[in-house]
Ligand binder design. Structure first.
Ligand code: CUA
Length: 158
C-alpha cells in the first residue's frame, strides 16, 4: 500500500505520543502506589498489643540513635494510647505509630507531623520539640461515629 509521506510521519508521531503517554501513566501509577512511603514496615494488626514496640505505648529514651526518644502510639476506634504524654523540651523524638482496626489519622496540630495510620503498617516520623506547652494530636481521617472524639496530648516540659 502506498502511503503519503505526511501520513507516515503523523502515524509515527501518533504512535510515539501514545507510547510516551502510556509510559508516563504507568510510571506515575507505579510511584503513587498503594501505600505512602512512610508505611514500609508491616505488622499484624491482630497482634499489635503483643508486638514490640507497640506492646509498650508511650515515651522511651534511646541511646546511640539520631533521636533521643521513641514515642510509640497505638490508635484504635476511638482513642490513642497513650492518651497523654510528657516530652522534655529540646528533644528529638521519633514517633512510631500504627492502628489496631481501621485507618486513622495522626496530626500534631500546629506542626508538620501529619501521618496516616493504616492497619498492617507502621508509620514513623522524626521531629523535634523545641517549644514548651501542649500539643494536640487529632485524627484527620474519618474513622466512624467517634472520629471527632479521638485525640491525645503531648506536653512539652522543661
Ligand atoms: Cu480515628 Cu478519625
Amino acid at each position: 500500500m502506498h502511503m503519503h509521506k505526511f501520513e507516515k510521519v503523523w502515524l509515527i508521531f501518533g504512535t510515539v505520543a501514545l507510547l510516551v503517554f502510556l509510559t508516563v501513566l504507568g510510571v506515575s501509577a507505579f510511584y503513587l502506589g498503594n501505600q505512602p512511603p512512610s508505611c514500609l514496615v508491616t505488622i499484624d494488626p491482630e497482634k499489635v498489643e503483643v508486638t514490640a514496640p507497640f506492646n509498650a505505648p508511650g515515651l522511651h529514651e534511646v541511646t546511640g540513635k539520631d533521636w533521643d526518644y521513641e514515642l510509640v502510639f497505638v490508635a484504635s476506634a476511638f482513642s490513642y494510647s497513650p492518651a497523654k504524654v510528657e516530652i522534655p523540651k529540646d528533644s528529638t523524638v521519633k514517633v512510631i505509630a500504627t492502628s489496631k482496626d481501621v485507618i486513622h489519622g495522626f496530626e500534631i496540630a500546629g506542626t508538620n507531623v501529619n501521618m496516616m495510620l493504616e492497619p498492617g503498617f507502621v508509620s514513623e516520623y522524626t521531629t523535634r520539640f523545641n517549644n514548651e506547652g501542649e500539643n494536640l494530636i487529632i485524627c484527620n481521617e474519618y474513622c466512624g461515629v467517634g472520629h471527632h472524639m479521638m485525640s491525645s496530648r503531648i506536653e512539652v516540659v522543661s
